[in-house]
Design a protein around this ligand. Structure first.
Ligand code: AMP
Length: 189
């Protein structure tokens, strides 16, 4: 059983690592970015609202994202041994709302894993990825939004002794091993 929050700037490898670790530990991989992109593709009203924010690299309003997260956490199947939140929370009000959601369903997270990656590597990775919101101007805005709104969560979780920082400046497999080691130390068997 593991309940993990993945933090880190855009391009840090959160999505890649969350997918690998979720599969290995049989956890639900809850990526708010993936859920929002699916809604945009399907053209739902929620997707249409989200798209204007995403295409600029701004955060989608909390009211939209919180509903999605709540629904995803309630839909964990019995074969899943917990979850990874990837890309959520993204600001302090989401982090506080997450506490309330978890309290409401009688759960708590084990730790927040922060993937630490140097700025020049982030920009290179993002520009090479070629996603629709990976143009240079939007990438710059996403990094700024990260610094202003999301990075403060490092202190937020650190002050609760909930933070595990992982050096993400390495090959995918190396970073996966570092995360697995941290999870084993943090999570009771
Ligand atoms: P990601 O795939 O995590 O990089 O997210 C892509 C985009 O989706 C972000 O730039 C935001 O516009 C939006 N998004 C994803 N997660 C959140 C969240 N927790 N809160 C607000 N917006 C989000």
């Amino acid at each position: 059983m593991a309940r993990l929050i993945f933090l880190g700037p855009p391009g840090a490898g959160k999505g890649t690592q969350a997918a690998i670790v979720a599969e290995q530990l049989r956890l639900a991989h809850i990526s708010t970015g993936d859920i929002l992109r699916a809604a945009v593709r399907e053209g739902t009203p929620l997707g249409q609202e989200a798209n204007s924010y995403m295409s600029r690299g701004d955060l989608v309003p909390d009211s939209v994202v919180l509903g999605l997260v709540k629904e995803a956490l309630q839909n964990i199947t019995p074969d899943q041994k917990g979850w990874i939140l990837d890309g959520f929370p993204r600001n302090e009000s989401q982090a506080k709302a997450l506490d309330d959601i978890l309290q409401g369903i009688g759960q708590s997270s084990d730790c927040a894993i922060n993937l630490d990656v140097a700025d020049d590597i982030l920009i290179q990775r993002l520009l090479n990825r070629g996603r629709q919101d990976d143009t240079e101007e939007v990438v710059r805005n996403r990094l700024q939004v990260y610094r202003d709104q999301t990075a403060p969560l490092i202190d937020f979780y650190q002050s609760r002794s909930h933070l595990v920082s992982i050096d993400g400046n390495a090959a995918v497999e190396t970073v996966t091993h570092r995360i697995q080691d941290a999870v084993h130390q943090r999570v009771a068997a």
